[in-house]
Structures are given as C-alpha cells and as structure tokens.
Design a protein around this ligand. Sequence first.
Ligand code: 9MR
Length: 389
Amino acid sequence: MKPIRLVTAALAAMALSSPLALAAAASPAPTGDLTPGHAKKDTLRWVAPKGFYIGTAAAGGGHHEEQPYPDPFTKDLEYRGVLAAEFGSVSAENQMKWEYIHPEQGRYNFGMADAIVKFAQHNRQAVRGHTLLWHSQNPEWLEQGDFTADELRAILRDHITTVVGRYKGRIQQWDVANEIFDDSGNLRTTDNIWIRELGPGIIADAFRWAHQADPRAKLFFNDYNVESVNAKSNAYYTLIKDLRAQGVPVHGFSAQAHLSTRYGFPGDLETNLKRFADLGLGTAITELDVRMDLPADGVPTAEMLAKQADYYRQTLTACLNVKGCNSFTIWGFTDKYSWVPVFFTGQGAATVMWEDFTRKPAYHALQCTLAKASADRGQHHPHLPACAK
Ligand code: 9MR
C-alpha cells in the first residue's frame, strides 16, 4: 500500500479563506461536484457523479470530549482541509443533538452547529442535520424534568421550529426521527421520552413541524441495522407508507450502515433501499463505517483491508444503483477520530483513511466506484485508475 499524502497546510488554509469558496457562500444550492479552486482532481467529491453527494460526519462533541485531543472540527487544520477537499456534504456528528444545541430549558447554543453550516457554505457543501427526535443524547433537564404532556409537546415543537427554522435553506436533509424502533421492529416506547410520554402520534407532528419550519428540507427517518429487509426495516416500511397515506411530509429513509467485517455484508441492501424508493422516497446512506477485529499488534492485514474495502464498495454501489439515493455519508473519514475503538474494545480501523490522513484501500474503492459511476453517466475522469475488480 502506497498512501499518498493529500493535504498540505496551504490546502487547509484554503478551506478557510479561498475567494472561490467565499463566492460560493452566496450560492443557494450546493452541488456535490464542485471542488474549491486548486484542490486535486482526484478527491471523492470531484470524481462523484453530478448531483451525488459524498459526505462525512464533522467530528466534534460526543466521545471526542473524553479524548486527549482538542475539538477536531474547530482545531485540526489538516482535518478541516481534507474535510473541505474531499466531501460534498457534511453531517453534524454530535453538534446538533439536543444536549449540545439545547443545553438548558429555553436556552439554545448554536455555536458549534453554526460553525459547521458556515464551513459548509464556504466550501459549497450540502449539510445533513442530525437529529431532532431521538432517545439518546438528550439533556438532563429534559430527561429528568417533570413536565406535563402539553408542556413536553410545546418543548418539542419549539425545538424543531427554532432549530430547523434557523438553518432554513441551508440544511438539505434532516434526520427528523432517529432510531425510533428496536431491532425487533417495536417502537421504543420506554427509552424514547417523546413516544413514551406523548404516544406514537408525536412522530407525525415532528415531521409536520419540521416541514413548516423549512418546506424545502428533505425529512428523513434514520436508523442502524436497517440495511437489510428485516423486522426493523419492515417496521419503517409500514410506518412510512401509513404516514404518507395520511399526507405527513416524510421524504426519506436512510440506513446508517455501521458495518463490521465480523458479519457478512447485507447483500439485500439495494433491494431494501429500492422498496423505499418505490414508495416515492429519497434514500441515503448516512453513517457508513466498517469496523474490524484488530490483530494483537493493532495493524490490519492486507486481507482485512481488502474485505473492508469491498464492504465500502458494495454499500456505495447499492446506493448508486437506486434512483433517489444521492446522499452517501461516511461516519468520519480518519481513524484519528473514529468513535469505533471507543465503543468496541479490540475493534477499529473502521474509516477510509489512516490517522495521518493517508488513504486506505477502502478510500480507493470509493474513489474508483464513484469515477466509474461518473463515466457510466457520461462524465469522465480519465486520469483515475480503474477499480481493481
Ligand atoms: O459518533 C457519535 C459519538 O461521538 C457519540 O459519542 C455517540 C453517542 O451516542 O454517538 C455517535 O454517533 C451516533 C449517531 O449519532 C447515531 N447513530 C449511531 C452513531 C454511532 O454511535
């Protein structure tokens, strides 16, 4: 493996100050195919087909706060450079979750979320908003509060109206409801405060309020372990069909895709996404990473990396093959900041770049798959190597 060092300090600085990027800030609809100025023409966003958004989470908050490094998104200039150069879409990894954006009752903290949206505009990137109704990472004042049902409803409505309204026109897709079913396909009626206290009808209201606040934003259900046709994805299928029949503004279904080479690849991913597309929905891959069990020395073998690359390739291919799947996000792009080793002891190396931002086989798998898709659509990238297989 001969990784290429991609980003220089100059490129990192460009991400902050390029005149082209500044001019782009005025552009209302970011497109996935624009790479600022003098960036190398082999980046993921550059080789992606027009209108296909290749994204990543912007690292910050959550597990990062317990790590011995400063906030990646705000402090790591090399990281920011790669983020700007490689990706046409960014998601807030933690910075738009309730505990960050609404830390006290009646007080919002938009600092980190604003910074991400500003960065994205600067660099002509789309933004995925994550998330508005979830059972996790809620502030204590909310989870431990003693609210009546009417008060809770008003709190959620105010939150959605305020947050979605603030970024109106600047966030293209919102994960309105995140992880509302368990793996058996049952609604989370105990750990999700909203469903527990207000009943399942609150889900439709959340979508309606988000739609009122930004009628152009695409509103999604998002979950893990829904890559395959299974009890959980079936539950979404039934719910979404029902909500749409009632006229509720649901526009998309997304699979997070936190995969592991420990398990087989979910070979029916394309079939699964397609059945949602057939309902008239957009689909997306929103949090892809592929973790592996690391050997004792912590260094994956070539074989392990090849298997990982194949999972990345297959996930991307499934999305590219489904009409309306035009947003493909990886949950971080460098092992330097991945959540995986923090949550899964002995596992890691889940992203497409090493800690020094050099590219793994998985990166090249994405790159050549995107280039091939572009070529298939009549947009050629002649200097890129073809996919190995
Ligand atoms: O990557 C996020 C990590 O920094 C947080 O500590 C963690 C806490 O729940 O959440 C991680 O992101 C999750 C995402 O918001 C929803 N899907 C699962 C992701 C990985 O846990």
